[in-house]
Ligand binder design. Sequence first.
Ligand SMILES: [Zn+2]
Length: 180
Amino acid sequence: MNDATEFPETLTGAIQYFADADRALNFMVSIRWADGKAVCPCCQSSNAAFLATRRLWKCRDCKKQFSVKVGTIFEDSSLGLDKWLPTFWMIVNAKNGISSCEISRALGVTQKTAWFMLHRIRLAIQNGSMDKLSGEVEADETYIGGKARSMNSAQRSKRGRGTGGVGKEIVIWNVAARSN
Ligand SMILES: [Zn+2]
């Protein structure tokens, strides 16, 4: 991340930081694609044009458009990165754990929404990856299931590829939380 020096140290800071859509986008790009170059989730091509006004990429090879959320735990959610990333921040920085009530209050979302984000993010941290879990494709904010737990080892190893930067960023956040 090129602006790591101003990375938020407080929750208020995190909320303000990720309220800026371009900043949130840049942050996601830096944790998804280690070299900062978008990779098409359909054909794995890195030959994609960035459509700045829509914050989307268009693959020059397969012509499909994709956002930074495609292929991640955020993909099938209508919640913006301005909610997901501060929630992420809260979870990794909470020394004694965090409840959905606290997230709900801090971000002004319903407790149900907060619970949904908390559940997904915990799974991502547990798995060291923000890649979408294949068993959860049909899940949405109104459905909170434990399907990901039944994921088999083939799915686990499949998720491991092509996202070198993701686990690293989670580790950085965890380390930052512990060193306080
Ligand atoms: Zn493509």
